[in-house]
Design a protein around this ligand. Structure first.
Ligand SMILES: [Zn+2]
Ligand SMILES: [Zn+2]
Length: 360
């Protein structure tokens, strides 16, 4: 009888192929159920290894550096570029940016952008995938992505990204870049141990600090925007969600903590609308603009920088209003009074795109 069970090699390839994994998960009936995130759990537990591998300033500095640049990879690339298209770039630099974002080990660029666009459209409604007001803090912070229904990349929400095969590849095999980075750090540590012993590091120490600790702390830093930024802080704009501005979260996330600004107007590159709202990601993007690597950064409209009195028709961006039939009536009925131009065709429109496409 012919053996039809998959070979070891094909099992390994399938493990790396997150699109194949997602397809398998979609076959289960209970889509709300969590699947155990083994790699994430292993990484989290492995942070205790810092007590065994010891400390060195060089390993600690690498960890801090990789936290910073990879936070930029999430905020400046996955968020402000792939999710919202707030600036443009060339195709090769788009891929370089995608590699940087991918190194943060927060899945692929299409998966991230699709879930985030969904968040903006359904913020703090029961359709929202990560809303602390709907399902609680821990669900919004870290449990939502391990539900079966959220494993798949919603390609219907990112057709503008899915047309690039190189981005699709990264999205499918999204653990290759982080694992390569981890292995490279181990090799770097071995090199430093051999040729610069005075630095006091080694392969394992560099791997634990530079990859494990940095990645886990980075994950929780980013996750505060889904959890804490919808709970703690001030609300400059009366958005239809619970988003807040929080200076502390803005510092640790390089500018994402100006989340109420962002929910009110998500099309600008800048999220700290005023000079005192520190937005390090924006400064980094301005630097890349000066170097000619990115361009057409979208500004904050002048009308939002005046002393605050939010016009009613600024309350909800039309492209974010994509209600499900279940709550469409109440939400649209409420909006009808606010938005004179809102008609039923707009209410049923499902624009699965960012505001603009990049040059390619
Ligand atoms: Zn939000
Ligand atoms: Zn956003």
């Amino acid at each position: 009888m012919e053996n039809t069970s998959p070979s070891f090699a094909s099992k390994v390839i399938t493990w790396f192929d997150t699109h194949a994994q997602a397809k398998a998960e979609l076959g289960h009936t209970d889509q709300e159920k969590w699947i155990f995130p083994f790699p994430f759990a292993l990484m989290s537990v492995s942070t205790v290894a810092v007590f065994f591998v010891g400390f060195s300033w060089v390993a600690f500095s690498v960890a801090v550096f990789l936290y910073g640049v990879r936070m930029f990879g999430i905020t400046g690339v996955y968020h402000r570029y792939f999710s919202h298209k707030t600036y443009k770039t060339s195709r090769w630099f788009q891929f370089a940016l995608a590699l940087l974002g991918n190194s943060a080990a927060e899945r692929g660029p299409l998966w991230w952008a699709a879930h985030h666009r969904h968040h903006h459209r359904f913020s703090d409604t029961r359709e929202d995938t990560h809303s602390p007001s709907q399902k609680g803090f821990w669900d919004a912070h870290m449990l939502w992505w391990s539900r079966r229904k959220n494993v798949a990349t919603r390609l219907d929400l990112v057709p503008d990204l899915a047309k690039y095969p190189e981005l699709m590849f990264l999205d499918r095999f999204d653990s290759v870049v982080p694992l390569t980075m981890g292995a490279s750090l181990a090799v770097l540590g071995m090199f430093l141990h051999r040729y610069f012993p005075a630095l006091g590091t080694n392969g394992l120490q560099m791997f634990v600090w530079g990859f494990v600790v940095s990645t886990v702390v980075l994950f929780h830093g980013v996750a505060t925007i889904n959890s804490l930024s919808h709970v703690y802080g001030s609300r400059r704009f009366q958005t239809t969600d619970t988003s807040r501005n929080n200076w502390f979260l803005a510092l640790i996330t390089l500018g994402e903590g100006w989340h109420n600004n962002h929910h009110h107007y998500c099309n600008s590159t800048r999220q700290g609308f005023f000079w005192w709202e520190i937005d390090i990601t924006f400064y980094g993007l301005k630097l890349l603009e000066k170097l000619g690597l990115v361009w057409d950064l979208k500004p904050v409209p002048q009308r939002l920088l005046r002393p605050l009195r939010t016009p009613a028709n600024e309350t909800v961006r039309p492209h974010e209003v994509v209600p499900e039939p279940a709550f469409a009536k109440t939400r649209i009925a409420g909006l009808a009074g606010l938005l004179p131009g809102l008609t039923s065709p707009l209410a049923t429109q499902v624009p699965a795109r960012g505001p603009d496409l990049p040059n390619s």
